[in-house]
Each structure stands twice: as C-alpha cells, then as structure tokens.
Design a binder for this molecule. Structure first.
Ligand SMILES: [Zn+2]
Length: 92
C-alpha cells in the first residue's frame, strides 16, 4: 500500500518535470504567411534575432507590412507569431 502511494507520488513528480520542460521549449520557426491581397500562402523560416517588418509576396509582388501594433509580418499574416512573442519576450 505504502509502496503504491510512493509510486503514485513519483509519477506525479515525473509528470511535473515533463511539464516544466515543455514550457522551456524552443520557439517554432516555421510560419505560413498568407497574403491578404491575393491569398497566396508560403511557408517561411522566421529569423530568431530580428523581426521582419516587410515581406514581398512572391505571387502578386505586394509589399506586406504589419497590421496595427504588430511587430512583424509573421504576427499579422503568419500562422505562427514571431519567436520573441512565442517565448513571451518583448519584441524588437
Ligand atoms: Zn500576394
């Protein structure tokens, strides 16, 4: 019985450790940008050290800029926001 409880506590401990590790995960760097002009989608790799403020759509040649308060085109048009936002850091 005591052994059973010990195992259970150990299991919870392991589970919490795993959870902490997932919080420290690295940011996703692939984001698919959808052009608001023509709907063209393109998967791009985001830079981790800088924000991309301008993005040229390869289909309609429109130069995209972030919407409103967004720091970069990935936050506005991408499926995944930029790495600093994902990691809860202030953006450039
Ligand atoms: Zn376009």
């Amino acid at each position: 019985m005591i052994f059973g409880i010990g195992l259970l506590v150990f299991g919870i401990y392991q589970y919490k450790n795993k959870k902490n590790m997932s919080i420290n995960k690295e940011a996703v760097l692939q984001s698919t940008i959808t052009c608001p002009e023509c709907g063209h989608k393109k998967e791009e790799t985001m830079p981790t050290n800088a924000c991309q403020y301008f993005y040229d759509c390869e289909n309609c040649k429109q130069v995209l800029k972030p919407i409103g308060e967004d720091c970069c085109v990935y936050c506005s048009y991408g499926t995944v926001p930029c790495p600093p936002i994902q990691l809860d850091q202030s953006c450039c």
